[in-house]
Write a protein that binds this ligand. Structure first.
Ligand SMILES: [Zn+2]
Length: 223
């Protein structure tokens, strides 16, 4: 696939971009971030979910906890200013600019197992396998992979507690910024699901930009 030309990113000074990448449909990636850097996840073509997990870089047992995130923010529906909390109740990341406003904290990741249970299919691309593949170089196996925060996923909860996956509300170019509050290992799966409305029935590309908020090596002096 032809790599798109370097895009303009609203609100980001191009000189502060550490790197940017396009995740192919059904693909995944893992990378490290330093405290203070921001990860922007972009739905390039619209209606595409990014399954997102992170680990404290110095302690992989301290990792994203959707349960603590719900408990300590007091909501199922994360907005700007909410934190992604860890198993040890650390606010690993903070949500910044959000042009979509609809994300999911309760549905976890699609997997070999749920696809077999729900659709009777085996060996299909799935988010859990993407995470396994992306995290293998870091020595993290299936048992250590947490449930995910699902950017752009649309799972409304009715007053009586029922849930149903609907098509994402995200339009082409919608993005969510997540600031790292500590050094992190991050993994993103570009959700391959095409048997329900999760990705509008058509998995497409995601953009990832990691950038600095302030110039490094300048400004405030080191303590
Ligand atoms: Zn998925």
């Amino acid at each position: 696939m032809e790599r798109p030309a370097r895009a303009e990113h609203p609100g980001i000074d191009p000189s502060l971009i550490a790197w940017e990448e396009v995740i192919a449909p059904r693909g995944g990636m893992a990378f490290t971030m330093r405290a203070g850097q921001v990860c922007r996840v972009i739905d390039l073509e619209g209606k595409q979910v990014a399954d997102f997990i992170c680990f404290n870089l110095r302690d992989y047992t301290d990792k994203l906890s959707p349960e603590n995130t719900q408990l300590l923010n007091g909501t199922l529906f994360l907005r700007t200013g909410h934190h992604l909390f860890s198993t040890k109740a650390a606010p690993l990341m903070t949500l910044g600019t959000d042009t979509c406003g609809v994300h999911d904290l309760i549905s976890g990741s699609c997997s070999e197992y749920t696809n077999a249970f729900r659709y009777g299919v085996r060996g299909t691309p799935n988010c859990l396998s993407n995470f396994e593949r992306a995290l293998r170089p870091y020595g993290i196996g299936l048992a250590e992979i947490p449930y995910s925060f699902n950017i752009f996923m649309n799972t409304p909860v009715s007053a009586d507690g029922r849930t149903a996956i609907q098509e994402p509300a995200s339009k082409p170019g919608d993005y969510l910024d997540l600031r790292a509050n500590t050094d992190l290992l991050v993994a993103i799966s570009n959700c391959p699901q095409e048997r329900n409305p999760c990705n509008g029935w058509n998995p497409t590309t995601l953009g990832v930009v990691v950038y600095e908020v302030e110039p490094t090596g300048r400004g405030a002096s080191a303590p």
